[in-house]
Design a protein around this ligand. Structure first.
Ligand SMILES: C[S@@+](CC[C@H](N)C(=O)[O-])C[C@H]1O[C@@H](n2cnc3c(N)ncnc32)[C@H](O)[C@@H]1O
Length: 273
């Protein structure tokens, strides 16, 4: 994998890392005892955490298959990618469109160094350390521009990251900055837990986020938003059917087993015309 971080951090196996915690919850093998303990503790607070993350990955799969298939997209920028885990964007996209290019972005150096170690150096995928809060710098990163041509349509993926950007103004600026930078014919896809149906659980999730120090800005606890607030992030995009919905309902490819009452995460895909 092309490296974007000259000085690679050593893997810290003494404190939990959210990417590896998620990997454990998703049934992956790239985690350590400390991550497994943190995952079990988180699941004790939010018992359906595993379901939320699994449904999140399923939605990611359906959205990327749609983008690479029906929408004809050949370039993907997966921002807040987390650890390469079960069902990665490049595997899904390249199964539909061999040669599809994927830039994975995360601001967690541990996620990046681990991702670079896991993924093969194939010239069409890259794992890059960059911060979504500076979209211009992110899109100008030499490791990104080496594989992604921003004069051609691209899909920008924001799956499960916007709740980490707890300041609404900052989150809105990120989405707007990315939308303005991509050419017409591009897509943006996003997902985020919302508080409408399960305020208690989302508050618990917010506290969990706060405990891990992922709080930004003075305005809210742990990025808990309403569906209407997430809807506004899609302003300026033509929403692909069925719009921004609870993720099990977004173009299901089988029977819906878990409904919105247990999967309180919304997601959608929009096109920039
Ligand atoms: C919950 S994980 C989502 C992983 C994956 N996208 C998924 O849907 O399964 C959120 C990821 O966003 C990353 N992240 C949070 N804030 C970020 C920022 N400002 N810039 C880039 N990445 C960020 C975190 O490090 C973490 O790996």
């Amino acid at each position: 994998m092309p490296s974007s971080t000259p000085a690679r951090p050593k893997l810290d196996t003494t404190s939990p890392n959210m990417g590896r915690v998620a990997d454990y919850i998703l049934g992956g093998k790239d985690n350590f005892a400390v991550d497994r303990e943190a995952a079990e503790a988180a699941m004790a607070i939010i018992p359906n955490l595993s379901l939320l993350w699994h449904e999140g990955r399923r939605f990611l799969g359906r959205a990327v298959r749609y983008l690479a298939g029906e929408a004809g997209i050949r370039q993907f920028i997966d921002i807040g990618c987390g650890l390469p885990t079960q069902g990665n964007v490049h595997e899904i996209a390249q199964a539909v469109a061999p040669g599809a290019r994927v830039a994975y972005i995360d601001n967690d150096p541990m996620v990046v160094v681990h991702g670079q170690a896991i993924l093969q150096d194939d010239g069409i995928t890259a794992v890059i350390e960059a911060d979504a809060r500076d979209p211009e710098k992110l899109l100008a990163h030499p490791a990104l521009t080496e594989i992604i041509d921003l004069d051609r349509p691209v899909a920008v993926l924001l799956f499960g990251i916007l709740q980490d950007i707890t300041d609404d103004a900052v989150a809105a600026r990120i989405v707007q900055g990315l939308r303005e930078a991509i050419p017409p014919g591009s897509y943006m896809a996003m997902s985020q837990p919302v508080s409408d149906l399960s305020p208690e659980s989302t508050t618990e999730m917010a506290v969990m986020y706060e405990d891990r120090g992922a709080v930004e800005g003075p305005t809210r606890r742990g990025g808990v938003r309403s569906k209407a607030e997430v809807d506004r992030f899609m302003d300026g995009l033509a929403l692909v059917e069925p719009g921004l919905v609870y993720i099990p309902w977004w173009r299901p490819d089988g029977p819906i087993i878990h409904g919105a009452e247990s999967v309180w995460v919304v997601g959608g895909v929009g096109r920039k015309d």
